[in-house]
Design a binder for this molecule. Structure first.
Ligand code: FMN
Length: 181
C-alpha cells in the first residue's frame, strides 16, 4: 500500500492537484494509492490536548501512514521551508514507529526557482533523524504556475516522464523491503 501525503492544508493548493496527478501515475502502475489531504484534518486535531490524547477522528489520517508500505510526501515551499501543518501532522504521528524503516519518497513544488529544494532537504533531515528509508530520487517542480496545468498535470512530457520514472523506481524500492507488495 502506497500513501501520498499532500503537505499543505491550503484550499486550492497546487500541491494537492499534483497529488491527484501522481495518484494517476501510480494507478498506471497498477497501484491505487491512499491520499492524505491535510485540508481534511478535523478541527479537533488542532486542540492543544491532542499531544496527550488523540481524537478518534485523527485515526484515519494516522492509519494511512502507519499502514503504508511506502509514503510519498509532496511538499510545497512556504517561507523557505515545508508548511507548518505538515510538521504538525508529523508531530501527531506515533513516535518512533511512524517513519522508522518506512520507505519514503519526496516531491517538491514551488512558485520559485528552487523548486522546493529547501523544504525537501529539511524533510530529509527529519526523516533521517526518524530512521526512514529514504528513496534517493527526488523530483522538484519549480515555477509551478507554468510547469503545471491548472489541473496539476505537468505541461512538459519530460516532467511527466520524471514522475513516472520516480514512481516506478520507488515501487521497486518498496518491494525490496516488502517483498509481497
Ligand atoms: C504561506 C506561503 C508561503 C510561500 N513561500 C514561498 C517560498 O518561500 N518560496 C517559493 O518559491 N514559493 C512560496 N510560496 C508559493 C508556493 O510555492 C505556491 O503557492 C505553490 O503553488 C505551491 O504551494 P501550494 O500547494 O500552496 O499551491 C508560498 C506560498 C504560501 C501560501
Amino acid at each position: 500500500m502506497i500513501t501520498i501525503l499532500s503537505g499543505t492544508n491550503r484550499p486550492g493548493s497546487t500541491t494537492r492537484k499534483l497529488v491527484d496527478y501522481l495518484a494517476t501515475v501510480y494507478q498506471s502502475l497498477d497501484v491505487t494509492p491512499t491520499i492524505v489531504d491535510l485540508q481534511e484534518l478535523p478541527a479537533e486535531a488542532f486542540l492543544p490536548s491532542v499531544y496527550e490524547k488523540k481524537p478518534e477522528s485523527l485515526k484515519p489520517f494516522t492509519d494511512a501512514i502507519m499502514h503504508a508500505q511506502g509514503v510519498v510526501i509532496v511538499t510545497p515551499e512556504y517561507n523557505g521551508g515545508f508548511p507548518g501543518v505538515l510538521k504538525y501532522f508529523i508531530d501527531m504521528l506515533p513516535h518512533p514507529a511512524a517513519f522508522q524503516k518506512r520507505p519514503v519518497c519526496l516531491v517538491g513544488v514551488a512558485a520559485g526557482e528552487w523548486g522546493a529544494l529547501r523544504p525537501v532537504e529539511q524533510l530529509q533531515g527529519l526523516l533521517s533523524y526518524r530512521g526512514a528509508y529514504q528513496f534517493p530520487d527526488r523530483v522538484f517542480v519549480r515555477n509551478c504556475g507554468a510547469q503545471l496545468a491548472a489541473s496539476g498535470i505537468p505541461v512538459a512530457e519530460d516532467l511527466q516522464k520524471r514522475f513516472s520514472a520516480q514512481a516506478e523506481a520507488f515501487l521497486a524500492f518498496v518491494k525490496r523491503f516488502h517483498p509481497a507488495a
